[in-house]
Design a protein around this ligand. Structure first.
Ligand code: FUL
Length: 694
């Protein structure tokens, strides 16, 4: 009997031992998985865009294609400065606009005369792409190429001959500049342009004109390690997220279908059941616009804004492609450099100490009870190892015991995506007073998910996967206590002249000034909305008394009072939304054949007007975004004078405030004529309209 028992014990011990050491099979891949190229790209996480072209010298967003080549003469061009900043900021590569929509080439292409070879810069011997390739090599950065399919200069654009030209250019770029990590094909396609002197509008069929497949084949032959970004045609390796504002959906699947139309929602959230791995890249600029405009020197994103972008891109299973507009002298602006480096420091400080690193962890299930897949693999800092559960288990928890009461406000989770993206939902709980309290919850994880919540003190944290497509495979988790970064307050004034201050952060108070001086905690304390009408300049800070930290200064200059402004001929009380100072409310005029639509405003008094401003609909599902306009003024609402006309370039992808200036004129009535909108339908939308005086 005793012998039998002994045998039994020995058998069980050896079974446990065998289970721990023998090859418990790893989970089979679930659904689509990334290619090696996509994997390498995903791990880069953060890299730069640089926008530089003839537009840099004309203050344009989009060149028309007939801009004078002689303008291109960057006297201090230094691609090593760009590379140094990117390297110091922790970025892994730089993508350059080798050719933007104007067709002007930053390299001496042998297929066109519209390039640096005919510019005064370096007597036509210069090559910006070459200089950047060299600088990237020196700084250990990867090089990427943006080459616009739409070419507003080329005479053949719209005809089949152009495709040969376009392919020849891609070939030059992918042959002569060493390894290229990413090629970027912008989706803005077809429209008005110079086209070799034709000055006309050319439309193309996005689905067929570029005949992408042979081009993709050539690209992959020339650069086997490249990833292709394409917003304008056949599905490529990476996807746009449907906005240039710097965020992807909180739910973000790295999947799409390999054919068929994509909707905005698919781009923004991915597709849970997609049959192809097409991960998201968040592209956004450090300033409102992509190209350099001196008027934006004080609009460089602040550290809290950039941190927010970080959490909404890298923290949501995407990469971050952050743009620097290059100045006419060929350098990155000092403010952009400063902000980028401060942002890098903030990221570093936020994720310097992983509080879970030496914690005790305990999972509810470990695959085959094998040490190869146990919970320790989720905190070993090795992205090649992972915690996995048994097949068929789609909910599981991990308790992280921090050993002592610990303050934290961030949680990171990463899936081992080489085996597919699986997790659909998860929760984070903290053990407070011996009770589990839900701190936050999330949906998808993917390559990396960082979740933010107000600071909490707890000894134990429970991470529960509540739904997963298949057994969860978690390569890494982390717990952090990130410092507070306060956003500059947003400042709004309504038609009555009432000022409201707001911020996204929890708990701060505000101080403000009205005399142009920098606000401090000694300035006016804001307690409730107050009236300050007419021309004023207001500056404000948010302040967090707990950490004794203040936000950057938020500033707003308000123009003449709008108290007496009225629209004429509009019988809709909602029309006042265009004067309410709230960018999130829009008034639309819809109907049969309403375009072109005249928005007529009576300013109530005569003013010296020198320009106007237009803010389009700011919603995700926006409509009526005006693309071409005329602006008229009148003293008596009878005799009208046309003072400005043109296009709101790139307003589709970047629907920010549009500002237009003209020679000063006296007027009481103004008329913004919406000639058409970006969709060519019968809707005119206005979030805000304003005039510029002096
Ligand atoms: C957009 C373009 O039209 C902008 O000018 C910019 O290049 C941005 C990155 O993509 O679609």
């Amino acid at each position: 009997m005793k012998k039998k028992l002994l045998h039994g014990i020995i058998l069980s011990i050896s079974l446990i031992f065998m289970m721990n050491c023998t090859n418990v099979a790893p989970p089979a891949a679930h659904g689509p998985v990334p290619s090696e190229n996509q994997m390498r790209w995903q791990e880069m996480e953060y890299y730069a865009f640089v926008h530089f072209s003839l537009n840099t010298y004309t203050d344009q967003s989009w060149g028309f294609g007939d801009e004078d080549i002689n303008l291109f003469n960057p006297e201090k061009l230094d691609t090593r400065q760009w590379a140094r900043i990117c390297k110091e900021a922790g970025m892994k590569g730089i993508i350059i606009t080798a050719k933007h929509h104007s067709g002007f080439c930053l390299w001496p292409s042998e297929y066109t005369e519209y390039s640096v070879k005919n510019a005064p810069w370096k007597d036509g011997k210069g090559d910006v792409v070459r200089e950047l390739a060299d600088a990237c090599e020196e700084y250990g950065l990867k090089l990427g190429i943006y080459v616009s399919p739409w070419d507003r200069n080329h005479p053949d654009y719209g005809k089949p001959e152009y495709i040969t030209y376009f392919r020849n250019q891609i070939k030059e770029l992918l042959t002569n500049y060493g390894p290229i990590f990413e090629i970027w094909f912008d989706g803005a396609n077809g429209g008005s342009g110079y086209y070799g002197g034709a000055y006309e509008t050319r439309k193309i069929d996005r689905t067929s004109y570029y005949d992408w497949q042979p081009t993709y084949k050539m690209i992959r032959e020339l650069q086997p390690k490249i990833v292709i970004w394409n917003d304008g045609g056949d599905r490529a390796d990476l996807r746009w997220v449907g906005t240039e504002e710097g965020y992807v959906g909180e739910t973000n699947w790295s999947l799409l279908n390999d054919t068929g139309a994509v909707t905005w929602g698919m781009l923004h959230y991915g597709m849970e059941d997609g049959n192809a791995w097409v991960p998201a890249e968040v592209n956004t600029s450090i300033r409102p616009e992509w190209f350099y405009h001196p008027a934006e020197d004080d609009k460089v994103k602040t550290v809290p804004q950039l941190m927010d972008t970080y959490y909404k891109s890298i923290g949501r299973n995407a990469t971050l492609l952050l743009n620097f507009p290059i100045m006419p002298n060929g350098l990155i602006h000092p403010t952009d450099e400063k902000r980028t480096l401060e942002f890098a420091k903030a990221v570093k400080e936020s994720f310097e100490v992983n509080l879970a690193e030496n914690a005790k962890v305990k999972a509810t299930n470990v695959r085959g009870n094998s040490s190869k897949f146990d919970e320790a693999k989720a905190i070993d800092g090795d992205d090649k190892t992972y915690w996995a559960t048994d097949d068929g288990i789609t909910t599981a928890s991990l308790i992280i015991d921090l050993g002592k009461p610990t303050l934290f406000n961030r949680f990171i989770a990463q899936e081992y995506i080489r085996l597919g993206q699986r997790v659909k939902n998860f929760t984070i709980e903290a053990l407070v007073d011996e009770k589990w309290k839900e701190v936050t919850k999330g949906t998808t994880i993917g390559y990396k998910r960082i979740i933010r919540f107000p600071s909490i003190i707890a000894t134990k944290v429970r991470f529960t996967i509540t739904a997963s497509k298949s057994c969860p495979v978690i390569s890494n988790i982390g717990i952090y206590n990130a410092p507070v970064f306060l956003n500059a307050p947003s400042i709004r004034r309504n038609q009555k002249g009432e000022i409201t201050l707001k911020t996204n952060d929890i708990g701060p108070i505000f101080y403000y000034t009205l005399d142009g001086s920098e606000p401090t905690t000694e300035s006016n304390l804001y307690t409730a909305p107050f009236i300050a009408d007419g021309k004023i300049e207001i500056k404000a800070i948010a302040h967090d008394p707990a950490s004794v930290k203040s936000s950057p200064v938020g500033a707003e200059k308000f123009n003449i009072s709008k108290k007496d402004w009225k629209t004429i001929g509009v019988n809709d009380e909602n029309v006042n939304k265009i004067f309410d100072g709230d960018p999130s409310t829009t008034w639309h005029k819809r109907g049969d054949k309403i375009m072109p639509f005249d928005l007529l405003i009576d300013l109530g008094d005569s003013y010296n007007i020198s320009g106007f401003k237009y803010l389009p609909d700011q919603h995700k599902w926006s409509s009526g975004i005006i693309s071409n306009y005329q602006f008229f003024v009148s003293e008596d609402n009878k005799n009208w004078k046309l003072v400005d006309e043109g296009e709101f370039s790139n307003i589709k992808n970047n629907p920010v405030w549009q500002e237009k200036n003209f020679s000063q004129v006296n007027a009481r009535y103004v008329k913004l004529k919406a000639l058409n909108n970006i969709w060519g339908d019968e809707v005119a939308g206005f979030a805000e309209v304003n005039v510029i005086t002096e």
